[in-house]
Design a protein around this ligand. Sequence first.
Ligand code: NAD
Ligand code: MG
Length: 391
Amino acid sequence: VFLFNMKNIALLGATGSIGMNTVAVVTAYPELFQIESLTFHSNSEKGADLIKMLKPKYVGVGTEQMKKEFTTRFPEIEFGVGEEGLIKAATLESVDVVLTAVTGSVGLNPTLAAIKAKKDIALANKETLVMAGQWVMEEARKNEVRILPVDSEHSAIFQCLYGQKSDNLKELVITASGGSFRDLTREELKTVTLEEALNHPNWSMGRKITVDSSTMMNKGLEVIEAHWLFGTDYDKIKVVLHKESIVHSMIVLKDGAYLAQLGPSDMREPIQYALTYPNRLPIQDEKAFDLTEISQLNFKPMDFERFPMLELAYIVGEKGGAFPTVYNAANEIAANAFIDGKISYLQIEEFVQKAIWNYTETKEVTLEEVIAIDKQTRTIVERWIKEEGLL
Ligand code: NAD
Ligand code: MG
């Protein structure tokens, strides 16, 4: 007897780090999960392997050329390109839940389309909520679909909140590993390299999020993500440095009780929970986890001077409107420019700060305006990078 009916999944960003962890979860329970559609952007080799293994009905790829080649190789499957492909994959009639594992704000329109098509969302793509949280959550409420967190911190909070009355909640405590450079001073950050930034102590993830973890941008995005997911005011969202990444996050209740969720650093856990909620299933070849061996858990306050991107998240979050959009868009361009060797490490922060100072509008904005501001910010930051990169 199964816990629930077969779930048909659309997997956006199948070839990435979250995508491949999702494939591991899904293939462990073929009687419970089926990948109906998937997308990938450029890794054709990995994409072809996934198509052979998962036999999806529909596949979204990055270019027309890829579509041509794949249609010849797999004539029984329908292919689409770019955003159109992402949207089609996310809205197929037979899909129940869309796992958004693309990186960056390309996830926004497919996520909105999926919500309008009444698909539940298992959300890894945090940039979407930071860019346009108000509209995504509004659309989800209107269409009565669930937004289930995949991000480990938000999954932890979601698990702790299970069964709690919302007025029992005092605050959320998000843990931060500190990323690759947690023990370096700001002076020492001046000369760090991409290779060093990509060497995360606890998690193996895609490049952009690994760089974001080191600048604490990732934690900033997660604060804003938590605000939208759980409807929590910013002054009730705390961040603590916890270098072991064992406590994935906590909630504090009115009476002072702390509830925490602990476990190994294994993304299959939050991914699977998003797909089985509120049920649970064993995980194959679970990572070893022995608290007596770990023996110590450390917690420290976050230093806003050391990590200005985290402080900035609270500032843009409180200002609201399109400020978080600008924060995210500038970072997407700057973090990727650092990855491409076009700017130095500390220039990521510089360009994000500059983009926010440069943006002054505070009036209510519409979704269309937010999308335009996102584009505008990208263009401006790209120009700055051309003019000032590596100077
Ligand atoms: P990744 O770089 O490993 O994979 C990204 C995926 O998106 C790939 O499949 C790629 O083909 C696709 N993609 C990239 N650019 C695209 C574009 N322009 N159009 C369409 N598809 C595109 O990234 P990741 O680490 O798996 O992260 C994915 C998302 O999940 C991010 O939003 C990240 O913040 C979030 N997340 C990741 C982790 C993790 O452990 N990796 C944890 C929490 C949250
Ligand atoms: Mg996280």
